[in-house]
Design a protein around this ligand. Structure first.
Ligand SMILES: [Zn+2]
Length: 270
């Protein structure tokens, strides 16, 4: 199963990092990226760890922020200081933040940069309303989603400038719940559907943010089935029994596996 981090996973990661690091003084600080390899923040306290869409912001005393992003397969692991690390080979480690009790190790992080806290907006200011953030604004998210009427729904949902936190799994699941294909231009969504779609996205991410690796869209009626269509190619649609189909949907830069029911989801298909 695709474990690509989405907003709920990033939220939980931030929650765990915050619990391990916030309010404690760093005894270890090691960024294994060339640009920041000499940065040393040991002796400073971590103030907080905040998720912003799929970005993580770790703020330190002295007005500095570590910006990281998990993208496809990055992860942060938290260990008791002194315990063995098991998140992957040492050469995949990009960041280590430790205090006397706990040590956080960032593996395969494609984005690791140290910024002035005052400059955080340069890194994440392009994001739309954060589905799990204190600034969540459903009306703005809907307006952003519909801003380009010809754009396929799946692309518009993944564009973090519209709303922040949806990844590829949620994209397919949300289109299924809205009974439209991910290729339907957003301008052709039936009345009321964009608002419901955005509300459903927020509700599912909120419900799943505490359930690491146990994400479920299906309200637990059948515990063995946690997803409606994602990853279920050829298996029966839970609504109408038609075999679920899979195709790639791209935005020109990369193609993403996309799942839908060709019978009960209306709109164009791949
Ligand atoms: Zn169906």
């Amino acid at each position: 199963m695709d474990a690509m981090p989405e907003g709920d996973t990033v939220w939980l990661t931030a929650h765990r990092l915050h619990a391990a690091l916030a309010g404690r003084v760093l005894t270890r600080f090691d960024l294994r990226v060339p640009r920041f390899a000499t940065a040393d923040l040991t002796g400073r306290a971590v103030l907080d760890v905040t998720p912003r869409g799929k970005h993580l912001l770790t703020r330190f005393e002295g007005g500095l922020t570590l910006h990281s992003h998990l993208r496809m397969d990055g992860s942060w692991r938290v260990y008791d200081t002194g315990a063995r690390w098991d998140g992957g080979p040492a050469h995949q480690i990009r960041a280590i933040l430790g205090n006397a009790e706990r040590t956080a190790v960032g593996y395969r992080l494609p984005v690791v940069e140290l910024l002035r806290t005052a400059d955080e907006e340069q890194a994440v200011g392009h994001l739309g309303p954060d589905l799990l953030g204190p600034d969540w604004d459903p009306a703005k998210a809907v307006a952003n989603l519909l801003a380009d009427p010809a754009r396929p729904l799946g692309e518009a949902l993944l564009d973090q400038r519209n709303l922040a936190g949806i990844g590829n799994v949620y994209k397919s699941e949300l289109a299924f719940l809205a009974r439209v294909t991910p290729w339907l231009p957003v301008g052709e969504l039936p009345a009321g559907i964009p608002e419901r779609l955005v509300a459903t996205a927020q509700r599912l991410l909120e419900a799943n943010k505490q359930r690491f690796d146990r994400r479920t869209m299906t309200s637990g009626r059948n515990p063995s089935q946690k997803l409606y269509v994602y990853g279920r190619e050829g298996r029966p649609c839970p609504r109408c029994g038609t075999p679920v189909r899979k195709a790639d949907q791209g935005d020109g830069s990369r193609e993403r596996p996309t799942y839908w029911c060709p019978r009960c989801q209306t709109g164009p298909a791949a």
